[in-house]
Design a protein around this ligand. Structure first.
Ligand SMILES: [Mg+2]
Length: 217
């Protein structure tokens, strides 16, 4: 029996995250200003571009906050962007940390493959203030792979190949969980067994049922 490697996405699978700018503003205590102007397609496209540079480690956090603030046409300052950005990741989903412990005890290898950035990565591993402890699920994983360190992001096929090489894992022995359909499709194209998780529902139960059905747990 080969060693199975179980790879998790973080946001929406192990860790709750904000799904909208407005939601993160509310947590950060930053007022939402002129949503119509904010959603202007040219500005949104610019923000998407800088978001990609940030999550692939091509720009530092400070430059990212400045660039995003500029791409809101003055609606938000760089410091407000930083506060909203740092409010994005929330706590672990219930039960996921215990599930990872069970997998490790069953002799499975566990890892994450996350599109993330230096700020979120630091907050998830070290916590932020009293209300935001570190992600115990993340800290329990055997191997932690992050887009900004790898210089690649899902769903680029290259990041899946790089993950296989980092993990020295055969694609056929990998089981992967993610909450975005395009990331699942790209993983399947590499020959991984991949399951789409619904971030709005209890994620541990969904993961467990796939692992049980496959005889892994
Ligand atoms: Mg996700």
């Amino acid at each position: 029996m080969p060693t199975r490697t179980i790879i998790f996405d973080l946001g929406g699978v192990l860790v709750r995250i904000c799904r909208t700018w407005e939601e993160a503003c509310a947590i950060a205590g930053v007022e939402v200003r002129d949503p119509d102007r904010f959603r202007n397609p040219t500005l949104a496209q610019r923000r998407k571009h800088f978001h990609h540079l940030h999550q692939t480690g091509q720009i530092a956090c400070k430059a990212y906050f400045n660039a995003i603030a500029e791409s809101t046409a003055g609606l938000y300052t760089p410091d407000e962007v930083r506060r909203v950005h740092n409010a994005w990741t929330r706590n672990d989903y219930p039960g996921v940390s215990a599930l990872i412990t069970r997998l490790r005890e069953a002799g499975k290898r566990t890892a994450c493959l996350s599109n993330t950035n230096h700020s979120h990565w630091t907050i998830l591993q070290q916590g932020q203030g009293r209300e935001h402890p570190p992600s115990s699920a993340l800290l329990r994983l055997d191997i932690r792979l992050a887009s900004h360190i790898m210089g690649l992001a899902k769903p680029d096929a290259k990041i899946y190949l790089a993950a296989e090489q980092s993990l020295a894992a055969d694609p056929a022995d990998i089981v992967f969980f993610d909450d975005l359909a395009e990331n699942i499709a790209a993983a399947r194209a590499r020959g991984w067994t991949a399951h789409l998780i619904d971030h709005a529902d209890a994620t541990a139960a969904q993961i467990e049922s796939h692992l049980t059905a496959a005889g892994i747990l």
